[in-house]
Design a protein around this ligand. Structure first.
Ligand code: FAD
Length: 586
């Protein structure tokens, strides 16, 4: 099968033509020298690493899996070398703070790098992404000593990070967690408890593994208010800054799971392990949310990355596989890409992928604005928009990412079910992204209960107004036929939002998943209108990628956007049909 190729042309189109990246960067102190040309050349290099080093390890890593013997985790052949090469090339610190040794490049580049890694090797991508999330939480909440000891080594990738929240009885409901932290009297604590499902909990890459652990101090109140966050390293730091003695923590088992077999998902035992408080006592969940929000965006991008890789393989297969007569009756066998139903599968994937990539870049640009714009109101608004969109990116991208993996597998017919083609691995790997980092159902609840309520509901209304203004601006170039249906879908979303603002909690819970999907389809339509307007303006100068935009935009509007009508009706039907049946009667 053809190797994965990083979508550098599409990235160049988005940055250079749709988002006016150069002007955007010129307004952000510290990023003035960053431009589309630089971004594309950096991502081109990253794409080579992804396709030449990481993708070749993807299937062997899936077959071999991780092993645990004598308490030591061994990752599949080649992973440790690939990780060290990745870190040595500086990729771990791409968007890391320069004061800790990072390159300080924009989040817009980082999110695209995350996509390339997820496409090539999802198991691998978790190592740098979890480390970065841990770095962000430490930067935002830890004391200066912890920062000085841990951040430089984590930003460089020499030491990796892990997040340890989940316990057997505490998943979504972290208020139930039981791990305890008892002060040692010297500023450190002794952590005791068992965490399950800990990604990158241990490995054989060398260096250190830095766990951010949620636990309860003595006499802490029940529920989430009694949770604090602690930094707990596999090896205690030595006086010279390197790794010292082994901490009292160990891998109890590796989880046997459906996919991401090259990623060590650990049961972690903390047996009086030494740790240090990060942030304030009782505010652990708040501090951990810095890491969780970062991870949620990255997990969303995992869905996008897998979809891109699976769709590329499906397109290549559909061009070569000969079956049946042509739709116009001409005698075959013809390449299956001639069949309308195969085209529908491929285009559904493409329409999601390209809109999702655009929305990911837009969201990351808001993160850059939130971090650096000279105007504080502009920074605050950008930060709020990232909060609003985080559950949408996480859930909508991973739901559609999984669907795209399945339809791409479907394009292969029975061969898609056979391991050697690699398509069933995409399906197995993509599935986890809908579950971890807060299930997609929980993301939908977050959107309808917390995010829509931000700024008393005014944030969402300002976001919708922004979409409406962009649609009006896109219409002259993109045309009414492409833009008006998106405006109609936006009106449905606004009506559903009004309905939700007066809905009982149970009705909101019943509507949540459909509402998030409606929200995502409108956001994708908004991106398609912007991309179509940008591509239409190019005329004869348009590249093949740019010409494709108009066709895919039309497909999205005619074949995918109508789903918004059904979603709006389902949302406003409320909870009664869901709650009528007694639990015993199911
Ligand atoms: C491979 C893998 C890697 C993971 N990596 C990590 C990691 O690195 N660190 C870590 O701490 N955790 C990790 N997790 C744990 C993961 O984040 C949790 O599994 C996930 O958040 C869901 O928790 P749960 O499994 O306990 O499901 P539950 O909370 O029991 O949920 C079960 C179902 O009920 C629904 N539900 C639960 N509560 C509500 C509610 N209030 N309203 C509506 N619906 C609800 C859920 O949506 C879900 O469908 C990982 C899990 C896996 C499988």
């Amino acid at each position: 099968m053809a190797a994965y190729a990083a979508p550098v042309d599409d990235i160049a189109f988005l940055l250079g033509t749709v988002f006016d990246f150069d002007r955007c960067m010129a307004e952000l102190p510290g990023h003035e020298d960053v431009n589309t040309e630089l971004a594309v050349s950096v991502l081109d290099e990253a794409g080579k690493f992804a396709s030449e080093v990481l993708e070749p390890l993807n299937r062997p890593g899936d077959e071999e899996g991780c092993r645990l013997s004598d308490g030591c985790v061994t990752t599949p052949k080649g992973m440790a070398e690939a990780y060290r090469a990745f870190a040595a090339a500086g990729w771990c610190g791409l968007s890391g703070a320069p004061e800790h040794g990072g390159q300080g490049l924009p989040r817009a580049l980082q999110i695209l790098l995350d996509e390339l890694l997820s496409s090539a090797n999802l198991s691998f991508s978790l190592f740098p992404s979890l480390t970065r999330g841990a770095v962000e939480a430490i930067e935002a909440h830890a004391g200066e000593e912890l920062k000085a000891t841990y951040l430089p080594k984590m930003v460089s990738g020499e030491w990796t990070g892990a997040m340890a929240l989940t316990e057997a009885s505490a998943g979504t409901d972290l208020g139930l967690l039981a791990t305890r932290a008892v002060p040692n009297g010297d500023g450190s604590v002794a952590i005791t408890g068992t965490k399950i499902f800990i990604s990158s909990g241990d490995h054989d890459f060398g260096g250190n593994v830095i766990h951010l652990v949620l636990a309860r101090l003595p006499d802490a109140p029940k529920g989430v208010k009694g949770i604090s966050l602690f930094l707990c390293p596999k090896f205690l730091p030595a006086p010279d800054g390197g790794v010292g003695t082994r901490n009292a923590m160990s891998v109890g088992a590796l989880e046997h799971k459906m996919g991401i077999h090259a990623q060590p998902t650990c049961v972690m035992n903390y047996d009086g392990a030494t740790g240090w408080l990060v942030g304030e006592p009782g505010r652990g969940l708040n501090a951990m949310f810095t890491m969780m929000n970062a991870e949620r965006l990255m997990v969303g991008v995992q869905g996008l990355g897998i979809a891109e890789a699976a769709n590329q393989k499906a397109v290549a297969y559909a061009r070569e596989r000969l079956q049946g007569n042509a739709p116009d009756g001409a005698r075959g066998p013809v390449p299956i890409i001639a069949h309308p139903d195969v085209r529908k599968m491929l285009l559904t994937g493409r329409a999601f992928i390209e809109a999702a990539r655009a929305l990911a870049v837009w969201t990351a640009l808001q993160m850059d604005i939130a971090a650096r714009h000279p105007d504080s109101d502009t920074r605050r608004e950008a930060d709020a928009l990232v909060s609003l969109l985080t559950p949408v990116v996480k859930a909508a991208f991973t739901d559609s990412g999984f669907e795209t993996a399945v339809t791409s597998q479907q394009v292969f017919g029975g061969h898609g079910y056979i391991r050697e083609w690699g398509m069933e691995q995409y399906v197995r790997d993509a599935r986890i992204a809908q579950l971890y980092e807060g299930t997609n159902g929980v993301q939908a609840m977050d959107l309808v209960t917390r995010k829509l309520a931000l700024d008393d509901g005014r944030l969402a209304r300002r976001f919708f107004a922004r979409i409406r203004a962009d649609l009006a601006a896109a219409q002259p170039a993109a045309g009414e036929a492409l833009v008006m249906p998106v405006a109609d879908a936006l009106a449905r979303l606004e009506a559903a939002t009004d309905w939700l603002s007066g809905a009982a909690a149970c009705d909101a819970g019943a509507a949540a998943t459909d509402y998030l999907r409606l929200f995502a389809l409108v956001a994708f339509g908004w991106m398609w209108a912007r991309m179509a307007a940008a591509a239409a303006g190019l005329g004869e100068a348009a590249t093949p990628v740019e010409r494709r935009k108009l066709a895919v935009a039309r497909f999205f509007v005619e074949r995918m956007l109508p789903e918004t009508k059904g979603l709006a009706a389902a949302i406003e039907a409320g909870a009664p049909a869901l709650m009528a049946l007694e639990a015993e009667a199911f």
